[in-house]
Ligand binder design. Sequence first.
Ligand code: ZN
Length: 230
Amino acid sequence: MSMRRLATWLAALAVSTTALIAPTAVADDAPAWTSIFAGTQFDGAGWSACPDPIHVSVDSRAVDPARRSTLVKATKRALAMWNRGHVVTFAYGGEVPVAFDSATGVSRPADGVDRDRWIYFTVVTDRQKSGFDPFIVGLAGPIRVETTTHTILEASAAFRASYVNRVPLAQSTEVIAHELGHVIGLGHSRSRRDLMFGTLLGATDLGPGDRAGGWALLQPCRVVTADASA
Ligand SMILES: [Zn+2]
């Protein structure tokens, strides 16, 4: 998928601590969750439900050294939140330096090696964050999707350093868990009970719409036979 196309989605997926979601008229029985790909060529895209975990690495170079362990702890807690919901299995992948593109909000591994089933987190400084509006604390989305199977292979998320460097652990955890919902393929929920509601409300666990949407977006695990003639 082209990065330019993706930029639109990423910009729409920013989470804010202050912005209000305008009420929209929807049927009472409509699901609260949404897909970020709705109406695009990747409608319904998601990660495959394979048992091997999806790794999440961090690039914490822009974080105050004294706060780096808090970021890692918040990341691990956010992964555990989704793992408890049995949507996908996330595992912490350690430090992987990335290059952040402020025009698209996309991070790619600095070593140029694309990793399947991988999510790159980075923390960006005020100098780098030209793509962030003043109230936005995180940006996230899939960055590589297999076109034939609509399977997400790679994703990235960026967090504002001035936020990560000062907020309590619980607040960082909530922001990170919310951005993980976007990398799963979820858009904003219409329900205030969901972590994926567009404004941070202090969620400490997944809501019913987060779980339902997360399960609905999973793609079947396709086992690739390495040698068909064997
Ligand atoms: Zn969001």
